[in-house]
Design a protein around this ligand. Structure first.
Ligand code: F6R
Length: 241
């Protein structure tokens, strides 16, 4: 595991954007694993800038997002599909048919989870996975627990995650209680992972993920055994290292 510390979130975004660019230049039809939330937004802005300036071509790129809320349709203003369209896909020359976000409104969530696993595998696996981290150490929506979960699964969000995500909704009661998320096996199978963290609120989780024991109680600690992972942090997120 490598740890890089930058002055602020804009610098983290630039560094992550460069890593994405190098992946696409190396393999124009690469598979990107994408995250939602506030942290990757500066990275997505860098990707948009490079596309608009003609430096980066997304026409052959394929993507799989980590997660989606159970119960929110793709059109819902707080759905992760809508977030990805608005924050990234609508602004770059990616073919939307090549972008995948788990389905949160199917009749059979378990079947949807299996189908998502199969789609990732059929595509050849994720080349570069972008991760954020929850205040409780979750990656994707894999919350702290007693076991590491394997493939795509349905999770119940912790109170801490519901609190953190309330800012995207009108009120706390509107935050869905469940999500469908790629599991730890899918994330660990990515050929390269970059975990982005910015702000003081992430400092404790970052310190535990990097220096603590490897335990499902701190899901991001599993990354310690991944052969190609970089943590890109701002000074605040690195402040307890
Ligand atoms: C989002 C995701 C989550 C977020 C995490 C941090 O797709 O998988 O793990 O990365 O909750 O969210 P922000 O960046 O909003 O602090």
């Amino acid at each position: 595991m490598q740890v890089f510390v930058y002055k602020n979130e804009a610098e983290v975004g630039k560094a992550a954007g460069m890593i994405v660019a190098s992946e696409i230049l190396k393999k124009p039809d690469c598979i990107l694993g994408l995250a939602t939330g506030s942290t990757p937004i500066p990275t997505y802005q860098e990707m948009i800038r490079m596309n608009k300036e003609g430096i980066l071509d997304f026409s052959k790129v394929r993507s799989f997002n980590l997660d989606e809320y159970i119960g929110l349709s793709p059109e819902h203003v707080c759905s992760y599909r809508r977030f990805m369209n608005e924050q990234l896909f609508d602004h770059i020359n990616i073919d939307k048919a090549n972008t995948h976000v788990p389905c949160g409104i199917g009749a059979d969530h378990e079947a949807d989870a299996k189908a998502y696993d199969a789609a990732v595998e059929a595509a050849g696996g994720i080349d570069l996975q972008i991760l954020g981290i929850g205040h409780d150490g979750h990656i994707g929506f894999n919350e702290p627990g007693d076991e590491f979960v394997s493939g795509t699964n349905i999770v119940t969000l912790t109170d801490m995650t519901i609190d953190a995500n309330t800012r995207f909704f009108e009120k706390r009661e509107d935050v869905p209680r469940q999500a469908i998320t790629l599991g730890n096996r899918n994330i660990m199978a990515a050929k390269r992972i970059i975990l982005l963290a910015t702000g003081k609120g992430k400092a404790r989780a970052i310190a535990q993920a990097i220096k603590g024991n490897i335990t499902p109680k701190m899901p991001a600690s599993l990354l310690q055994v991944h052969p190609n992972v970089q943590f890109l942090l701002d000074e605040d997120a690195a402040s307890e290292l």
